[in-house]
Design a protein around this ligand. Structure first.
Ligand SMILES: [Zn+2]
Length: 252
């Protein structure tokens, strides 16, 4: 069977920053005087349940105020034009609201809750969760309900399909990396090893003094677009469309 050319997009916080998604992380690394680690740590979240829910409620409710931009819409449109896999570290639903489906949210989704007692996952949209009143719709648990978001020290089950997709990329396939420096998922190191065509869109290069192994660097990519994601959509579409349409030789 001939290999159907595959387009894979890996995105991070820089994609949604242009929509005004706040990180909630102050320059001091604190949120309302809580250490960030305290409100999203799998080992301790049940001890800090109220602040965990207040933290994620604030982020979830704020989602209702933001809109997807041109890049979210472009990525969604690629799904109808190419064999496309969208992988994102973002927990917002802006890709879905731009029309995308089957997005691989490797760090979970803010608009869903998960019950640790019975493993039920359900959507609550952009509403706040009241840990004193609300409970799991399947088993009634209150204490075991957490945002369906991967906390520090929590297994990320979707990393496995992510590695599989990235590892399957061949010479004529295309990898697009948007809005991430590669500090969490070492996408720079992965890109370096892949033989496919690769393009990076970040606001700016990683400063040399901050660079650690696995991060993105211009030499790992065929093309780099250093500008806000919302302003890179037109240029990125031209690059990807040309690559996806190019003569593929042997297809290997
Ligand atoms: Zn349950």
């Amino acid at each position: 069977m001939p290999h159907e050319r595959h387009l894979v997009v890996f995105s991070g916080a820089g994609l949604s920053a242009d929509s005004g998604i706040a990180t909630f992380r102050g320059s001091d690394g604190l949120w309302e005087n809580h250490r960030i680690d305290e409100v999203c740590n799998y080992l301790t979240w049940e001890r800090h349940r109220d602040s965990v829910h207040r933290f994620y409620n604030a982020r979830r409710v704020a989602l209702a105020e933001v809109q997807p931009h041109a890049m979210h819409r472009l990525l969604a449109s690629w799904q109808s034009r190419f064999k496309t896999t969208l992988i994102t570290q973002n927990i917002d639903d802006l890709l879905e609201r731009a029309g995308a489906s089957d997005v691989l949210h490797v760090h979970g989704v803010l608009t869903r809750m998960r019950c640790e007692a019975c493993e039920t996952v359900w959507d609550i949209g952009t509403t706040a969760w009241d840990p004193s009143m609300d409970c799991c719709p399947a088993c009634g648990s209150k204490d075991k309900v957490k945002p369906d978001v991967v906390f520090f020290n929590e297994p990320a089950p979707l990393y496995e399909p992510m590695w599989e997709v990235l590892g399957s990329l061949r010479r004529d396939d295309v990898l697009v990396v948007i809005g991430t420096d590669g500090a969490v998922v070492p996408i720079g190191g992965i890109a370096e090893q892949l033989k496919c065509r690769k393009v990076l869109n970040n606001l700016e290069p990683v400063a040399p003094e901050n660079f650690v192994r696995g991060m993105v660097a211009p030499r790992q990519f065929d093309r780099t677009l250093y500008k806000p994601a919302a302003k890179a959509a037109g240029e990125l579409d031209e690059i990807v469309t040309a690559w996806m349409a190019a003569w593929s030789g042997s297809g290997l």
